[in-house]
Design a protein around this ligand. Structure first.
Ligand code: C2O
Ligand code: CU
Length: 459
């Protein structure tokens, strides 16, 4: 299985993306609501951006013409009202990834917005829901293509009671871009459909290797999104001090010093970086080589530079509180289930399976109850890693196997994506707070489209 870029594809240096510039800013979706309301509009449409000199402009599909889509920033307690206009040639939806929204507002494949049509998504942001979420399409069978064509944006819910509000923030949306020899976004190859699509270019906020300014001693809060289809990122900032402070579902209880951070597709993290410019150590955000499965080659042999970090003077070091938030552990489950991830390479029509089955829009796989604690063992009988994602709520990982040996999870965190390494098992607990159909699936979007998805009906 070959992950290298083919020789016919353009090289990074020929790409007209902003390079060596300050971090490309994420523009914000304008709020047209009154206080306590977020009212906005997102339109999905093709847009052409000149990337390669002497070549036709590259066609993307974008929300409001922007790559990535505009950042939505709202507050706990806000009522959200977002009109979505689909001006693509295929059905689409907007899924509010990780957000606890009513099932009929969640952009499920069951509620497509047809070409030329429009709908409004409405939901409320509950107290305690502050976190870094994102939004992307989720139509039946077209999710991967719509995402790699450029449809994704971030949704940050803020709290008025935020122990890290004093720190400057950087928001980094990591995505993959794969171009063909004509500078157009390449279709998925057969290898992409098996292994998940990876591009020649790992972008940060739609830009190529931006520069981030940081002072010696300065503390910054970084929110990082892995918005790529399939690339599992093992991130590191070798020169600097890094503390993990948050996961998909917001802040963790106490900061944890880390050397590297595994972020699978769909997953988010918040870190606090403290500037420590160390001679001889690269001052950069790197993606380290990661082996995502027994039968797979590493996604890259060397570290990739995602962004460089330039020293901008010296600053006093702001405090990093010991205590960030209370997280109550979920108690004994009322129900235990097993979710099996497997691959059947012999059957091109049903290659990626959950509990031996391919996704069926008309089949409910599990029935659950509002308010009931469930414990799921996600068991990999697969040869490659598959990141598990559940809609409707956040979960707590209890334990996982490492080389088949159970390890208790060392800290409490709210998550909605967790990588299931090839051959391993992850045990998690959750409670659904609202009734309705909830999808769960592999967040390698090619696998989701191929049927590695199932449904939980919460009654
Ligand atoms: Cu981010 Cu069901 O997806
Ligand atoms: Cu998968």
């Amino acid at each position: 299985m070959d992950h290298g870029a083919s020789a016919s594809m353009p090289a990074a240096d020929s790409l007209g993306l902003p390079r060596g510039l300050p971090l490309p800013a994420l523009s914000r979706l304008q709020n047209h609501g009154r206080a306590g309301q977020f009212v906005g509009r997102l339109q999905a449409a093709p847009v052409s951006l000149p990337l390669l000199p002497g070549k036709p402009a590259t066609t993307f599909w974008a929300y409001n013409g922007q790559i990535p889509g505009p950042a939505i920033v709202a507050w706990e307690g806000d009522e959200v009202n977002i009109a979505f206009a689909n001006t693509l040639q295929q059905p689409s939806t907007i899924h509010w990834h990780g957000m606890p929204v009513p099932a009929e507002q969640d952009g499920n494949p069951h509620a497509p917005v047809l070409p030329g049509q429009q709908r409004t998504y409405r939901f409320e942001l509950a107290a305690g829901s502050a976190a870094s979420y994102w939004y992307h399409p989720h139509p039946h069978g077209h999710t991967a293509q719509q995402a790699y064509m450029g449809l994704a944006g971030v949704f940050v819910v803020k709290s008025h009671d935020d122990p890290l509000a004093h720190l400057p923030e950087q928001w980094l949306v990591l995505s993959d871009l794969k171009l063909d020899a004509h500078g157009q976004i390449a279709d998925n190859s057969a290898a992409d459909r098996h292994d998940g699509r990876e591009g020649q270019f790992l972008l940060v906020n739609g830009g190529w290797q931006p520069v981030i300014a940081l002072a010696e001693g300065e503390r910054q809060r970084w929110r990082i999104w892995n918005a790529s289809s399939a690339r599992i990122l093992k991130l590191a900032l070798p020169a600097h001090e890094v503390d993990l402070v948050g996961t998909d579902g917001g802040l963790i209880a106490t900061p944890r010093r880390i050397d590297s951070l595994l972020l699978s597709p769909g997953e988010r993290a918040e870190i606090v970086i403290t500037g420590r410019f160390t001679p001889g150590q690269p001052s950069a955000l790197l993606a380290l080589p990661y082996h995502r499965g027994k039968a797979m080659s590493p996604e890259q042999d060397d570290s990739l530079t995602l962004a460089t970090i330039r020293q901008a003077g010296n600053k006093a070091t702001a405090t990093l509180p010991d205590k960030l938030r209370d997280i109550t552990p979920l108690g004994a489950p009322a129900l235990k289930r097993v979710v099996n991830f497997s691959e059947n390479m012999a059957d091109p029509a049903a290659m990626f399976l959950i509990n031996g089955k391919k996704f069926d829009m008309n089949r409910v796989d599990f029935s659950g109850k509002v308010g009931q604690i469930e414990e799921w063992d996600i068991v990999s009988q697969a040869h490659m890693d598959h990141p598990f994602h559940l809609h409707g709520t956040q979960f707590q990982v209890q334990a996982r196997t490492e080389d088949g040996v159970w390890q208790t999870e060392p800290f409490l965190a709210w998550r909605d994506v967790v990588n299931i390494p090839a051959g391993e098992t992850v045990r998690l607990r959750f409670v659904q707070g609202m009734p309705g159909l909830r999808m769960f699936h592999c967040h390698i979007l090619e696998h989701e489209d191929a049927g590695m998805m199932a449904m939980l009906d919460v009654g």
